[in-house]
Design a protein around this ligand. Structure first.
Ligand SMILES: Cc1c2[nH]c(c1CCC(=O)O)Cc1[nH]c(c(CCC(=O)O)c1C)Cc1[nH]c(c(CCC(=O)O)c1C)Cc1[nH]c(c(C)c1CCC(=O)O)C2
Length: 350
């Protein structure tokens, strides 16, 4: 099978592969007992991300268990601020923490030139995964989008209202632009290094895009992602680029017209009909099962998967996924149920 016939890559370019490709955001992680076992033996989450032997194993775990069409590199979006020189740690049970950066003095300490040497173990993982992938499966690389990365860098961790970041972005846009430009530069280097190591598609996660207003979304989500996408595309014209402007509502339509991506990952609030008529005419689409349905299971889970596939798969340019990441309480048996339902939808069409 040649590279271009891998179902995931064909679908992301708008094609009609033989089978509907499926992968799941956060497909490696705490819902898998084999992940929890390996994680308990690691020194910490970041240590796991920077240990190529362990990270390779964790990346491949979901593909050993399930009939998935892609592996996503096991890493985190916060390795980019870490590589820039910011202090980042994961407090057990508390999520990510960073020493916040709120002004020009904080920016002066960050160095984009350091990112790819610091993150060399991540690229080593990508190369090892690529060499071990089963036939027909693709390797996805990823990064956080500049806006989402900036929220973590400025807030010092997760946040509800992003007030420190918004005060800076809306109150001093030219100053905040310096931070965004720095993240754009670091992100391009980080994605380029993943591609050089073997990534065949990349996804840019803008998890907090839905916190911005229309003008903020244009300047801090669409424009930086377009500049990353155009720089990646200049070097790799055929490599699919997926954007994920999570929970951006009606602004998704602006995104698919202007962000310069090949595909969009769609959050669970979108109806299948609106995906088909408002997004799919512009880009390939990926999504959008509610991760809560994957926790609940039951016949409604299968029904919802069928509804998504029956409307979107015949259009081509469709990748089945969740609308956000797999949740830790998910029963792995429900993942197998979803994949079987996607395959049954394909079989019902031929
Ligand atoms: C916002 C964000 C982060 N990380 C990521 C995002 C964007 C996607 C999204 O919106 O969910 C992306 C991410 N994080 C992780 C991956 C690996 C690949 C995969 O999808 O399987 C990917 C693609 C591993 C991880 N990243 C993290 C874990 C859990 C760490 C552990 O084992 O304790 C994993 C498997 C930790 C993490 N990392 C982050 C948070 C907020 C947390 C803590 C919350 C949580 O634990 O889920 C930041």
């Amino acid at each position: 099978m040649t590279e271009t016939t891998k179902p995931l890559l064909a679908a992301l370019k708008g094609g009609h592969p033989d089978r509907t490709p499926i992968w799941l955001m956060r497909q490696a992680g705490r819902y898998l007992p084999e992940y929890r076992e390996l994680r308990a033996r690691s020194k910490g989450f970041l240590d796991l991300c920077y240990s190529p032997d362990l990270a390779t194993e964790v990346t491949l775990q979901p593909l050993r268990r399930f009939d998935l069409d892609a592996a996503i590199l096991f890493s985190d979006i916060l390795v980019v601020p870490h590589g820039l020189g910011q202090t980042v740690w994961f407090a057990e049970g508390e999520g990510p923490r960073l020493d916040p950066i709120r002004d020009a003095a904080g920016l002066a300490a960050l160095d984009p030139e350091r990112v790819t040497s610091f993150l060399a173990p991540v690229y080593e993982t990508a190369a090892r995964v690529k060499a071990a992938l089963p036939e027909g499966r693709a390797l996805i690389g990823f990064a956080g989008a500049p806006w989402t990365i900036a929220t973590y860098m400025v807030e010092g961790g997760s946040s509800k209202d992003f007030l420190n970041t918004k005060r800076w972005a809306y109150g001093d846009p030219d100053g905040f632009q310096v931070l965004i430009d720095l993240i754009v530069d670091a992100t391009v280097r980080h994605l380029e290094a993943q591609i050089a190591a073997g990534a065949e598609a990349v996804q840019i996660f803008d998890s907090w895009a839905g916190a911005l207003d229309e003008d903020g979304f244009d300047r801090w989500t669409v424009t930086p992602i377009r500049s990353i996408a155009s720089r990646i595309r200049a070097a790799h014209p055929d490599l699919p680029i997926i954007g994920f402007p999570n929970r951006a509502g009606t602004l998704y339509e602006h995104f698919v017209r202007n962000a310069g991506v090949d595909a969009v990952s769609v959050d669970p609030t979108w109806s299948v009909e609106a995906i088909a008529t408002r997004l799919r005419p512009h880009v390939a689409v990926q999504g959008n099962l509610d991760p809560g349905r994957l926790v609940a299971g039951g016949p409604d889970l299968t029904r919802r998967v069928r509804k998504i596939c029956d409307r979107l798969a015949p259009m081509g340019g469709f990748v089945f996924n969740l609308g956000h990441g797999v949740l830790p309480p998910t029963d792995p048996g429900h993942v197998a149920q979803v994949i079987a339902a996607v395959r049954e939808a394909d079989a019902a069409r031929v």
